[in-house]
Structures are given as structure tokens and as C-alpha cells.
Design a protein around this ligand. Structure first.
Ligand code: TRP
Length: 374
């Protein structure tokens, strides 16, 4: 699909995303070298996702750092819509959030929107989204978040706390705003129209609890930005700070640029629960952007920018910038052929999955240490 043809909304991501255009469309700010230097002053090193501009844009991050430097510490908020098992793309904001928690010692609210996925996915019942919530929570815990500082909740289980705050938000959002931002139709169910007010709540929940304004930073995949565009308009009306946001790019599909990711096609991504065999097979079938024959590839070389295998290294599986550049160069100059390229990545991914799945099992009896209910 042509670059002009991309769509990024909380409910649909389609086409080849042009992130520069998206910055303009969404009215978000690019992360520049000054901002990176400011972050580095506090974190000493920069996470590879910052160095590579995988986290590429923000809202009010400079304000958040001003406050932090004045001694006004922030908390973190992110979330997960439990529509199925976790895939590797979901881990990008979560891994980064964990890094921020470690570097800033910040408290984290992790919202699981089981209500949302029930309302937006025709085929899912509440029991399904609850089951997936608890499956996804295992992945979250497996990443090593601090149990003393991390608070995970399902909307349907923490609703006594969330609901009174959500109605305060909802009162300030008109149907015409919801339609304009999210594209709702007369046929949309009314739960969908209300939902964004639930996602807004954790962005000021700490201020409610502490009865004083506490800055909030929300790391997220850029598709979630529209919720907070709405929420940020409402928050000052309720007397709270607007949350700061840091946006990540989305992990490309294994099937190549412009193809659909995730739930709609399990071949397009790897789930944290995939077996070794399944993961290997998906990678061996991945799109590489190489020439149609080995001979041509040796002669002409390939394009790492559109190669799913190269992109997997870039987004998740090679933290060393020099090594990433070597892999990209070998793809470009034709010395690394598709079969070997894919087999190398498969080794990395399988190793990661094995370790992650072990931690995931250990997480089963940790759940209660993290969960908030009321
Ligand atoms: N709606 C998000 C999803 O479908 C889940 C979510 C809730 C979230 N609160 C969030 C994501 C805050 C990022 C930040 O995945």
C-alpha cells in the first residue's frame, strides 16, 4: 500500500506508516537531540529505543522534566487491551516503561482494559477478555517490574475507584468530539463512546489519591495518542495537570511493509506464548526485502528498511548499535543471504521466548502482589 494510504487509530493500524506525517497529523512533537540530552542527564545512559528514535515523539516531556528538576516527581501510566495473547510488539512500550521505572524510581499504574476489548471486539465475551487479562499480566510481571511500585488493575475489577472519576471526565466530552476523534457512527454501541473516559482516569488517579497534583508520564504505542488528546483537554477542567506522553513506533509486521499486523493474521507477529517450532516457522516465512534469488542478492543487495528480519533486530533483538549497523550493511551489500539471516534471528527469538516463558510461569504466584481491586 502507498504511504499516503496509512491509517493509525486506537482500533485500526493499516498501511505503511509515515511517522513524520503522523507527527503533523497528531500534533505531537518529535524527540530531538536537546531533549535526549536532558533525559540522559538524569538516566546517565540512553535506552536503545531512545537512541534509535523508536520512541520518536512526545507531548510535554520538557514540562515533565522541568517539574522533575524542581523536585516534583512523576509517576508512570501505561496499559494493555486484552484482546488476545501478548505479541512481541506489545513489549516495546512495556520494556521501555520498566527502564523508566528503574531509572526514575517511579510508581507505575498499569491499566488492563477488559471492558474496552469486550465492547470493541464482537467475538469476545467478558470472560474472554478477563482470561486474556490474566494471561497478559503474566507477561507484564515477567518483564521484571518492581512489585512495590507497580499497580496493575482490570477496569471491571477496580471499577469502584475508576468509575466515579470516569464520569467526571465523561461530563466534559461531547458526542461530537468522540465522533470526530474516534470516528464513531450512529450504529456504534454506547459503551464504546464512553470508553475513552475510563482510559483517561489513571492519568490523574495519583493526584486524586494523594489529594495534590502529581505529574504523570504515559509511554505508549502512537496509535493510543487520540485517547489522550481528548483527556488532556479535560484534565485542566478538573483541576489536574495534563499528562506528558512519549510515543513509540509500532513493530513492523513479519510479512513486510504495509501488511496488516497482529490479531488479524497470526503469521504477521510472534506471540510470547508461541512454541519454539511456531516461532521459527513464522520467522523462516518472514519477508526480507531481498532479491528473488541468491545470485541477484549477492549482486544487488537488499533493503534493510523494508526487511522484517532487520527491523526485528532494530526494534528488539540487538541492543548494540554497531552490531545492528553490521547486520544492515550485510543485508545491503548482499553478503548475508535470507536463509541464514532468518535462521540467526530465529535463534535469538527462541532464546528470548524460552527465558520469557520461564519467567512467565514463575509470575503465576506473583500476581496478587501487583493487582489492585476494590
Ligand atoms: N487501549 C489500550 C490498548 O488497546 C490499553 C491502554 C489503556 C493503554 N490505558 C493505556 C495503552 C495507557 C497505553 C497507555 O492496548
Amino acid at each position: 500500500m502507498a504511504k499516503e494510504g496509512f491509517v493509525v487509530t486506537p482500533w485500526e493500524v493499516r498501511g505503511e506508516i509515515d511517522y513524520d506525517k503522523l507527527i503533523k497529523q497528531f500534533g505531537i512533537s518529535p524527540i530531538d537531540e536537546n531533549l535526549l540530552a536532558r533525559i540522559k542527564k538524569h538516566t546517565k545512559e540512553l535506552h536503545f529505543m531512545l537512541r534509535r528514535k523508536i520512541f520518536f515523539a512526545h507531548r510535554d516531556l520538557d514540562w515533565l522534566l522541568d517539574e522533575y528538576e524542581k523536585g516534583n516527581e512523576f509517576y508512570l501510566y501505561t496499559g494493555r487491551g486484552p484482546s488476545g495473547h501478548t505479541h512481541l510488539g506489545h513489549l516495546i512500550p512495556w520494556i521501555f516503561t520498566k527502564w523508566l521505572q528503574d531509572k526514575f524510581g517511579a510508581k507505575l499504574y498499569f491499566q488492563i482494559t477488559d471492558d474496552e476489548k469486550f465492547l470493541f471486539k464482537r467475538e469476545l465475551e467478558l470472560e474472554d477478555t478477563k482470561r486474556f487479562s490474566y494471561e497478559n499480566i503474566l507477561d507484564i510481571i515477567a518483564l521484571g517490574f518492581d512489585p512495590k511500585k507497580t499497580f496493575i488493575f482490570l477496569d471491571t475489577e477496580y471499577c469502584k475507584t475508576l468509575y466515579p472519576q470516569a464520569v467526571r471526565v465523561a461530563k466534559h466530552i461531547t458526542f461530537s468530539t468522540a465522533k470526530a476523534v474516534f470516528g464513531f457512527k450512529n450504529e456504534s454501541n454506547i459503551g464504546q463512546i464512553f470508553f475513552t473516559s475510563m482510559q483517561a482516569v489513571p492519568a490523574f488517579l495519583e493526584s486524586v489519591k494523594r489529594k495534590k497534583n502529581v505529574p504523570c508520564l504515559i509511554p505508549l504505542g502512537v496509535d493510543q495518542d487520540p485517547h489522550f488528546r481528548v483527556a488532556r483537554d479535560v484534565m485542566p477542567k478538573l483541576g489536574y495537570y495534563k499528562p506528558a506522553i512519549i510515543h513509540s513506533k509500532l513493530l513492523p509486521s513479519l510479512l513486510g511493509p504495509g501488511t496488516k499486523m497482529s490479531a488479524s493474521d497470526p503469521r504477521s507477529t510472534i506471540y510470547t506464548t508461541d512454541s519454539e517450532e511456531v516461532a521459527r516457522k513464522k520467522i523462516m516465512n518472514a519477508f526480507t526485502g531481498q532479491q528473488p534469488t541468491a545470485e541477484l542478492q549477492r549482486k544487488l543487495g537488499g533493503n534493510p528498511e523494508i526487511c522484517s528480519v532487520c527491523q526485528y533486530y532494530y526494534f528488539l533483538f540487538e541492543e548494540d548499535d554497531k552490531k545492528v549497523e553490521e547486520i544492515f550493511e550485510a543485508e545491503r551489500n548482499g553478503s548475508l543471504l535470507a536463509g541464514e539471516h532468518k535462521a540467526d534471528l530465529a535463534e535469538r527469538v527462541v532464546k528470548f521466548l524460552k527465558e520469557h516463558q520461564k519467567k512467565r510461569e514463575k509470575a503465576r504466584d506473583q500476581i496478587e502482589k501487583f493487582i489492585l481491586r476494590d
